[in-house]
Design a protein around this ligand. Structure first.
Ligand code: AGP
Length: 599
């Protein structure tokens, strides 16, 4: 939810600010830095976005080679200067930045207040600095004080700490929230996510669960809370810096929409060994799918696909409802989908399912994320880093991964014959080319978005597997353009939602040429008869639906299981251009953050 960056390097402040810029997608309601200069901790923090913060930064050329920074998405305590990180202890000798949620802070805070500690914020995080101070005051070394602090704190934690007691070190700790480490001849670094480190190194290690990592000039050391040394596993990250920058596009979201042909193409190259390992967990199992937001829509896609291709019932369950919904896990597998691999709701669903004996297949875009650690086997989509808060390329690659997994499973189990399998695989391999063609027509969507950008409401209606697209199209529009949008099964719309229809109400229909088309035409007519404005996503050359629509966008004819991939693209563009026409920042929609690490 929040972004952490720390470094020991020349011109640390500049690097911290650059790192925070690359992490701002994780939270942007307040920002702060702490650097050490002449054995004193200097803190600057404020409410608001990073750009304003940098403009007003009054550091009078103070130089430092060590520091930490934070960009916040508020959980405990409203966005304000006081609640912004870094937080310090009473003496100002310790500064901390934290990402996560501390569950037992209230009771600990009371105890510390009784001992005389003075708190300056309403956050849960501040307690970390005071607890460390308290342990130091009781005679422990700085490192032991940190270890004791994390032993008693409950909840999710990624934390970086500096202190004048040991001014050449940054000490980090991680539990459940993400934190990565990088080292190169440019310095040593820690951050919440890989893109922030790419300007300095591709040699990156994930901080292991429940370990502290001590960064010093040119060296990094890791150990557990009992002092046992552990080895960090560094991986050469194949992403280039360009993937984490706008590269001439005005926003990350539009860049990422246009990257989809490449992202799909790379995902199609996932080595079969990963798919085959996952298949083993599908055999003779009761299968559930779970995810949140857009990733839940991928689960829904999986459920339709399983029923159509494999004649298997796989229930999709929204992660935050998972524990409330399921109690029996006899011989079960859960396919857990999360682009970030850090969504708290999804991780909680996984932990619950595991505790009941279920096996987990993870599908994520983030190697080394919590989901890869918790899963029995995982498939890593190859989107590259996704910075825009709205999920775009990661969604399409999730769909591709599910198709690859189920097609291969179907072939192995004799549910799909070889001829059909090869035909479908040929079509899937053609998707990158088709998506390029669709993107070439983005101007048409821009014009449609301009026409409808002042609408207050919209329904996105579809039937069958295209419901996935309707739900995703509505979520995209609502989250970045703040238009009230609802995705609905078109057949269900006459059981209530239709009462809202009045002249000019926008209805977006996903109406490609498949077995849902005839009935969808009926639903379009019902809405049209009540004065709705109709915008349809159709298959090329469908004159009949063009006739009855006010606006339309054509996609090529494909096997019906692939329409959710094609039809989502114009709706991503529609949401993007609508937000831009309304003067909104599509990369940083209000109240949202890229990975939601609170339940
Ligand atoms: C998508 O545009 C949203 N930002 C959101 O619904 C997102 O898909 C959801 O929070 C799940 O994230 P995850 O895939 O990282 O688990």
């Amino acid at each position: 939810m929040c972004g952490i960056f720390g470094c020991i390097s020349e011109e640390a402040l500049e690097k911290i600010l650059d790192g925070l810029k690359r992490l701002e997608y994780r939270g942007y309601d307040s920002v702060g830095i702490a650097i050490i200069n002449n054995n004193e901790i200097i803190i600057r923090k404020n409410k608001g976005k990073l750009n304003e913060f940098i403009e007003n930064l009054d550091l009078n050329n103070i130089k430092s080679n060590i520091g930490i920074g934070h960009t916040r998405w508020a959980t405990h305590g409203a966005p304000s200067k006081e609640n912004a990180h870094p937080h310090t202890d009473c003496s100002g000798r310790i500064a901390i930045v934290h990402n996560g949620v501390l569950e037992n802070f209230l009771q600990l805070r009371e105890e510390l207040i009784k001992k005389g500690h003075k708190f300056s914020s309403k956050t849960d995080s501040e307690i970390i600095a005071h607890l460390i101070e308290d342990f130091v005051n009781s005679g422990l070394s700085f490192k032991e004080a940190i270890k004791n602090t994390f032993k008693i704190l409950k909840g999710s934690i990624a934390c970086a700490i500096i202190s004048t007691m040991e001014p050449n070190k940054i000490i980090c700790y991680r539990r459940e929230s993400p934190l990565v480490i990088g080292i190169s001849n440019k310095g040593v670094f820690c951050a919440s996510d890989i893109p922030a480190l790419l300007p300095y190194t591709k040699n990156i290690a994930v901080v292991p669960e429940d370990k502290i990592v001590i960064l010093e000039e040119n060296k990094v050391h890791a150990e557990d809370l009992n002092g046992e040394i552990c080895k960090l596993e560094y991986n050469e990250i194949p992403w280039n810096l360009e993937l984490a920058e706008k590269s001439g596009y005005p926003h990350f979201m539009i860049k990422e929409i246009f990257e989809q042909p490449r992202a799909i193409s790379d995902t199609l190259k996932i080595p079969l060994i990963y798919i085959d390992r996952a298949i083993e967990y599908l055999e003779n199992k009761k299968v559930y799918l779970t995810g949140s937001g857009t990733s839940y829509h991928a689960c829904l896609f999986g459920s339709y696909l399983a029923s159509h291709l494999l004649s298997m019932d796989m229930r999709p369950i929204i992660s935050s409802e998972f524990i409330e919904t399921l109690s029996l896990f006899d011989n079960s597998t859960v396919i857990a989908i999360s682009q970030s691999g850090e969504t708290a709701d999804t991780l909680n669903a996984i932990r619950y399912a595991k505790s009941k004996g279920a096996k987990i297949i993870g599908i994520t875009n983030t190697l080394g994320s919590s989901i890869t650690n918790l899963s029995d086997v995982y498939i890593c989509t190859q989107s590259g880093p996704e910075i825009g808060v709205a999920a775009t390329k990661t969604f399409l690659t999730q769909l591709i991964s599910i198709i690859l997994l189920f097609l291969r499973f179907g072939l192995k189990k004799g549910k799909i014959n070889e001829i059909d399998y090869n035909k479908l695989i040929d079509e899937v391999n053609n998707i990158p080319k088709i998506t390029e063609e669709i993107l070439k027509k983005s101007d048409k969507i821009r014009d449609i978005a301009l026409k409808y950008s002042l609408k207050q409401n919209a329904y996105f209606l579809a039937r069958g597997i295209n419901l996935v697209t309707a739900l995703e199209g509505a979520l995209k529009l609502k989250e970045i353009s703040y238009i009230h949008a609802e995705g609905y099964p078109a057949g269900e719309s006459k059981h209530g939602p239709i009462s809202l229809i009045e002249p000019g109400f926008l209805c977006v229909f996903i109406a490609p040429r498949d077995n849902t088309r005839e009935k969808i035409i009926g639903n379009i007519m019902e809405m049209k008869a009540r004065g709705a404005e109709i915008f349809s996503i159709i298959t090329e050359g469908d004159e009949e639906i063009k006739e009855i629509s006010d606006e339309y966008f054509e996609v090529p004819f494909v096997n019906y299981i692939l329409y959710p991939i094609l039809c989502t693209i114009p709706l991503q563009l529609f949401a993007y251009y609508t937000a831009v026409f309304k003067g909104l920042d599509p990369d940083r929609p209000r109240n949202l953050a890229k990975s939601v690490t609170v339940p």
